[in-house]
Design a protein around this ligand. Structure first.
Ligand code: BG6
Length: 519
């Protein structure tokens, strides 16, 4: 199952009949991601024979209103080309809407009755999935209310809860959230979505490493010089300023997506493809992080915030001018971290990760830089060093690139660096499935492999705790301004160990001019 490029139903177990209850049904996540993903599963014939979707929100809507909204969302956001409107009309017949206050325990009696009615109408057999597409502040109260009303009890069928990151705000709140959930439901009923794990190329990391005999023998401190993981976005915070200003890049991207990519890149081979076998290995990586001391944070972590600039003649606003952001905000929109993994495989190998908004392009990639040859036999251009790199492009243009040296044809031994390049788009008849399709389908099947487990989440917070503390306690630690459209603060280059070495820059800076750059 782990190895399919598309969600090919021929090799898939079919989920049991079920009801998906979406809290926060009138929100952006529901219309942009969830409803289109469920529709796409329907087109791929991956939904069970009988299913219903119940949207929950405070807004008063009729079933008909919700069905109209669902159709619109599918047409606008679905990755499936909707050529036959009948398919949408048939699909929305299975959607329902229920207006209630999800923080009020009293409102759950009616919900329970409604679910019972739908259950018997469709002969569901008691299998319910509750998706919390709500602000995280509601996760605990919704789970408590579901538990009080008996909706979490797995008597007839399964009861599963999906939550979206952030899973807490720091180590303490992350632990508290886990312990509240555990008092009410068991860990295997909880599915913590990290949509990066739903990305085909992230899963392919395991296949690249463990299905090929050629990479794994080199995948260690003897041959690897350093590893770089980048997740760059060219967009700003857009309409999400209010949320982002209290999160920042460390909580928004590093605690989850970036660390999961580190985990899969650095882990030992799992004993099987069983959910816990894989998550145990990721956890071991997290447990082996060399703790960053609070006093070393300025040396190992660089944070930045985008400032206004001119890109191709157009003014691009700075972070502090975005809607919902404090004009004096010190929230980081960029973070770069140098760290080590203290184990036999990686001892002494520097790992670098960086992520940021308003960088020159959108790219997520993992770059494995191999060590140089022990003796340089061939002449190269001044300043050029040999570099074998394996670049795993997570997005866009998903694929794998191997850089190696070859002889330039002609007299002498002039060496040049060339590419061996695989693009997913070159595979015939393949569509890279959207992350939410895959993840929702896995929840329906009860497969937790691609979801963050409680101990992984807490260990990730533990690693980041000194950074959070240093930033909170030491106001002298700078937030570097970087003009929108550039690769972040130049100081981030100082993190990279080795003369003349820098981050890999997949493209150039875009900013023509800095309009204001003081923080
Ligand atoms: C989300 C973050 O989890 O991931 C966003 O909250 C970020 O801030 C997004 O933009 C990036 O996801 P992707 O799939 O576009 O790389």
């Amino acid at each position: 199952m782990f190895f399919n490029l598309s969600l090919d139903q021929s090799s898939m177990e079919s989920p049991k009949n079920l009801i998906i209850v979406i809290f926060g049904a009138s929100g952006d996540l529901t219309s942009r991601k969830l409803l289109p993903a469920i529709f796409s599963l329907n087109i791929q014939k991956l939904l069970p024979a009988k299913y219903a979707i119940v949207g929950i929100g405070r807004t008063k809507l009729s079933n008909e209103d919700f069905r109209t909204k669902t159709s619109e969302a599918i047409v606008l956001y679905s990755e499936e080309k909707v050529t036959d409107q009948n398919l949408v009309s048939e699909f929305v017949k299975n959607t329902y809407y229920h207006s209630m206050d999800s923080s009020s325990a009293d409102d759950y009696t009616e919900l329970k009755t409604l679910l019972k009615e739908i259950d018997s109408k469709y002969q569901i057999g008691g299998n319910y999935i509750f998706y919390m597409a709500t602000p995280p502040s509601l996760y605990e109260s919704i789970t408590i209310n579901l538990a009080i009303s008996g909706l979490c009890k797995e008597e007839e069928g399964f009861r599963r809860i999906i939550i979206e990151k952030p899973f807490g705000y720091d180590l303490e709140s992350g632990r508290k959230l886990n312990s509240t959930l555990h008092e009410l439901i068991s860990e295997d009923q909880i599915f913590r979505i990290d949509h990066y794990l739903g990305k085909e190329t992230v899963q392919n990391l395991l296949v690249t490493r463990f299905a090929n005999g050629i990479f794994e023998p080199l995948w260690n401190r003897n041959y690897v010089h350093r590893i770089e993981i980048t997740s760059a976005e060219n967009m700003g915070v857009g309409e999400r300023g209010g949320y982002y200003d209290s999160a920042g890049a460390l909580r928004d991207m590093v605690q989850n997506h970036m660390l999961q990519m580190v985990g899969l890149t650095a882990m030992e081979p799992p004993s099987s493809l069983d959910a816990d076998a894989i998550r145990n290995e990721v956890l071991k990586v997290f447990q082996s992080f060399q703790p960053i001391k609070e006093e070393d944070v300025p040396l190992q972590v660089i944070r930045g915030q985008y400032t206004p600039s001119l890109i191709r003649g157009e003014c691009v606003t700075g972070y502090r001018y975005e809607k919902g952001v404090l004009p004096t905000s010190r929230t980081e929109t960029y973070v770069a971290i140098k760290f080590f993994i203290n184990n036999w495989r990686w001892g002494g190998v520097p790992f670098y990760m960086r992520t940021g908004k308003r960088l020159p392009t959108r790219v997520t990639e993992i770059v494995v830089h191999f060590k140089q040859t022990p003796h340089h036999l061939f002449q190269r251009e001044a300043g050029k060093i040999s570099s074998n790199q394996l670049i795993i492009r997570i997005q866009p243009d998903e694929g794998i690139l191997l850089k190696f040296d070859m002889k330039e044809p002609g007299a002498g031994f002039k060496v040049t660096n060339v590419n061996m390049d695989f693009h997913y788009r070159d595979l015939a008849n393949t569509r890279v499935p959207a992350a939410y399709d895959r993840l929702l389908h896995d929840v329906m099947l009860g497969d937790g492999t691609l979801f963050s487990r409680d101990d992984e989440v807490e260990t990730a917070w533990k690693f980041l705790e000194p950074i959070q503390k240093a930033w909170a306690n030491n106001k002298a630690i700078k937030v570097f301004g970087y003009p929108a459209g550039t690769w972040g603060p130049e100081f981030a280059n100082d993190l990279i160990e080795g003369e003349g070495l820098t981050w890999r820059y997949p493209c150039k800076n875009l900013a023509d001019e800095e309009l204001y750059c003081e923080l």
